[in-house]
Every structure is written in structure tokens, then in C-alpha cells.
Design a binder for this molecule. Structure first.
Ligand SMILES: Cc1cc2nc3c(=O)[nH]c(=O)nc-3n(C[C@H](O)[C@H](O)[C@H](O)COP(=O)(O)OP(=O)(O)OC[C@H]3O[C@@H](n4cnc5c(N)ncnc54)[C@H](O)[C@@H]3O)c2cc1C
Length: 391
């Protein structure tokens, strides 16, 4: 592992466990998952077996209780082996953090038990076809109050984990309200509930094995005890875990491409007397990629540390900067790596083009890089700046 100086033994052990799984198992399966678009269920079985499924579950509930630095570096290592596993695991891990922040004691015991004892997965089902996170997000999905709970109706898209999640974290507006302050409610909905249908329509250029499908809720009954937090509770907690995870993941993809092309440069000569690594143009290209990666790593580590200190404004600033940089670095390094490798770089039997396709998702994933820049700029100008906002 590169640049992991300064980690405590406990942090390093978790990151190393994830890195070993990723290198020895996930990396070997990644090409097949990408090609078939099949969700990486066996990677999740391995994460559960290794005791990592509860990465963000507090220790007192049987989880790893990872701090944010450990979380970020663990995500980065998983992404180096399998982008789709890392991206979907980020959703799961961050929702578990939301439960830790908002859940009642009974809910924490119940839902954390599902993860630790039964290996269940949680998805984050928020995006909707008629809205954008670029500005303020307007929810169309509704909770109609009925005895004992609500009837959930609406359409969500980009629902990573698709039919493989056991619980959907869904946010909607209580019928009759129009703003988050008035009526935004979140709930953990069991995936098998009547009225839920998953349209297996995910067919994207990258992150192909994430099953980020469209999910429809047709008067799906949600029990009151499955609501997480009260009205607008989501707007009161720190939700930057998502963007921190994306930062780690897209940087991890860039690093995987860099490690690969470095080895390639050291070993391939294409009939020349010396391998590519002996040519100044190759050295320069590698040097530029390495600088970008080192800088993005430093920013990622700093952002995770800032988040641990708890200042929301500073956290939003550091994480938006880091997410933007990592997504750009992931994209440009995978592109540079293909150019350095030459024509072979675009062949599907090699991993570089896959990493580049996966990295394409980074800059557009909410918070999209444009939004990250605007948020960082707002905070620097002394204005209010949030990672994501709801109307
Ligand atoms: C691989 C992948 C997995 C995902 N998984 C999940 C998931 O599990 N759960 C989930 O809820 N979501 C998920 N998402 C969706 C993601 O969070 C976003 O909702 C999605 O990428 C759409 O982005 P957007 O909401 O920012 O809007 P976009 O659809 O990207 O917006 C469209 C365009 O309009 C522009 N625009 C919109 N408003 C403004 C404005 N006010 N000013 C200027 N320009 C504007 C945007 O910049 C953009 O160019 C996933 C996305 C990807 C790529």
C-alpha cells in the first residue's frame, strides 16, 4: 500500500484487510462483472466474511466503527479492485452512518443486526428523474399518511444495488407539503414490500455492475417505526460521507490505472532496446500522473481528518474540493494511462479502458464537479455552501 504512513495499527489493519480482498479476489472478478453487468454479490459475501460489511457500524453494535480516514482509505482500496463494489458499498456504508446519526436505539439494534448477523445490504434511493442535485433538489415522491405509517409513491432512478439491497433508504415529501422543512421524511423500506418494483434498466458506459436501476413505489406501505428521524432530519445531519467516499473511489480507480501502466512501462519495450520506462516522454507522463495522484491523496486524507473534527463548514469545503479533484484525477489519469499504453490501451482484454469508463462517472456524480466548485467558492466567499440541498 502506498502512502499510508501515520495510520494507527488498528486503522491500517482494516485498510489492509480490504486491500487484500480487493487485490486477491475482487480484481480478478472485475472484468467479468463489467462485461456482464452482473452485480458483484460474491464480493459482498467476502466483505461479510471478512467482517467489513459493518465498516461504519459503531463497535458497540458489532461493527468496525471505522473513523473517516479509515473509511476513505478502505473505499480507495476496494475501488482499486472493483469500482462497482466500491461504489455500491459506499451507498451501504453511508446509509449505516445515517442510521447511527438518526436512529433510535431499537432501530440501530434492528438494522445493524441485519448487516452484522445476516449480511443484509442497504441502498440509498434518493435521485428522481425530474430533479437535479446540481441546485436544490425538488422531491416528487410522496408519503401519504395512513394508520400506522405511510403509503410511499413515486419513481426513483440511479438506485445503485437495485434488487440486491434488502433495505431502501428513501426520502420523500409527506403528501400535502411542498418543502423539506415542512414535510421531508426518510425511511428504511424493506425491499420485499408490496408495491415496490425494480426496473432492471441500468445500462451505462461505466460502473456497469452497480445495478443502478429505476425503482418504482406504488402505494408501498411504510411502517411508522421504519421512519428514520423526524421531519427534515436529513437536512440536520452531516451527509458528506457520500462525497468523501466518491473522492476515495475515483482516486482509487486512477491509482489502479497508474499502477498498471507503471508496471507496463517498466516491462514492455515493443522491439526497442529498452523498455518504455527508459524514454523521457514516458518518464514525464508518469511523473505528471504521480504528482496528481499524490496531491489528490493528500487532499483526501485531509478532508477525512477535517470531517472527523466535526466543523460542518470546513468539512463541506474540504470534501467538495477533494471530491472534485479526485474525480478529475481519476478521469485524466485513466486517459493518460491509455495514451501511454498505446493502441493496446483500448483493448477490452486489458483493464485500462474499463477504468477509464468507470472514471467517467466521477465528475457527473452528485455532487457533480461543477457543483463542488460552486460550493467551495460559496464557502470561501463567506456564503452558505452545502454539499447537497433539498427545497
Ligand atoms: C454510477 C452512478 C450511481 C449512482 N447511484 C445513485 C444511488 O445509489 N442513489 C441515488 O439516489 N443516486 C445515485 N446516482 C445519481 C446521482 O446522485 C445523480 O442524481 C445523477 O448523477 C444526476 O445528477 P444531478 O442530480 O446532479 O442532475 P443532472 O441530471 O446531472 O443534471 C442535468 C444537467 O443539468 C444541469 N443543471 C441542473 N440544475 C442546474 C442549475 N441550477 N444550474 C446550472 N446547471 C444545472 C447539471 O449541471 C447537468 O448538466 C448515481 C449516479 C451515478 C453516475
Amino acid at each position: 500500500m502506498r502512502m499510508y504512513q501515520g495510520l494507527k495499527p488498528e486503522q491500517a489493519a482494516v485498510v489492509q484487510r480490504a486491500a487484500d480482498l480487493s487485490r486477491e479476489l475482487f480484481a480478478k472478478r472485475a472484468e467479468q462483472h463489467d462485461r456482464t453487468g452482473k452485480f458483484p454479490l460474491e464480493n459482498y459475501a467476502d466483505l461479510h466474511k471478512a467482517g467489513l460489511l459493518g465498516l461504519t457500524v459503531p463497535k458497540e453494535y458489532g461493527g468496525v466503527g471505522a473513523d473517516w480516514v479509515t473509511f476513505a482509505l478502505t473505499m480507495l482500496e476496494i475501488a482499486k479492485g472493483c469500482s462497482a463494489t466500491a461504489l455500491t458499498f459506499n451507498m451501504h456504508a453511508v446509509i449505516l452512518d445515517f442510521i447511527a446519526q438518526l436512529g433510535t436505539e431499537e432501530q440501530k439494534r434492528r438494522w445493524f443486526g441485519e448487516v452484522i448477523d445476516r449480511g443484509k445490504l442497504f441502498s440509498s434511493i434518493t435521485s428522481e428523474p425530474q430533479a437535479s442535485f446540481r441546485h436544490k433538489f425538488v422531491l416528487s415522491t410522496t408519503f401519504a399518511p395512513v394508520e400506522g405509517g405511510f403509503l410511499l409513491s413515486g419513481v426513483k432512478h440511479f438506485g445503485s444495488l437495485g434488487e440486491h439491497a434488502s433495505f431502501h433508504f428513501v426520502t420523500a415529501l409527506i403528501e400535502g407539503t411542498t418543502t423539506a422543512t415542512e414535510g421531508q421524511q426518510s425511511a428504511l423500506v424493506p425491499a420485499g414490500s408490496t408495491g415496490i418494483s425494480v426496473d432492471r434498466n441500468w445500462d451505462a458506459v461505466g460502473m456497469r455492475a452497480t445495478s443502478s436501476d429505476t425503482i418504482k413505489y406504488d402505494k408501498c406501505f411504510v411502517r411508522r417505526e421504519d421512519c428514520l428521524g423526524g421531519i427534515a432530519a436529513l437536512s440536520t445531519i452531516d451527509i458528506t460521507g457520500f462525497a468523501l467516499g466518491y473522492s476515495a473511489i475515483y482516486l482509487g480507480i486512477g491509482e489502479a490505472a497508474f499502477d498498471y501502466v507503471l508496471e507496463y512501462a517498466k516491462t514492455q519495450s515493443f522491439g526497442l532496446p529498452e523498455p518504455l520506462s527508459h524514454h523521457p516522454s514516458t518518464q514525464r507522463s508518469l511523473g505528471e500522473m504521480a504528482i496528481a495522484i499524490r496531491a489528490a491523496r493528500a487532499l483526501l486524507r485531509e478532508a477525512a481528518q477535517v470531517k472527523m473534527q466535526g466543523d460542518r463548514r470546513e468539512t463541506a469545503l474540504a470534501i467538495n474540493e477533494s471530491k472534485c479533484m479526485s474525480a478529475d484525477v481519476g478521469f485524466t489519469v485513466t486517459d493518460r494511462a491509455i495514451r501511454l499504453a498505446g493502441g493496446r490501451g483500448i483493448l477490452r482484454k486489458y483493464p485500462l479502458e474499463r477504468w477509464h469508463r468507470d472514471a467517467m462517472c466521477g465528475p457527473v456524480m452528485a455532487p457533480a464537479n461543477d457543483r463542488c466548485l460552486e460550493t467551495a467558492g460559496r464557502i470561501l466567499c463567506g456564503l452558505e455552501g452545502k454539499t447537497l440541498e433539498f427545497v
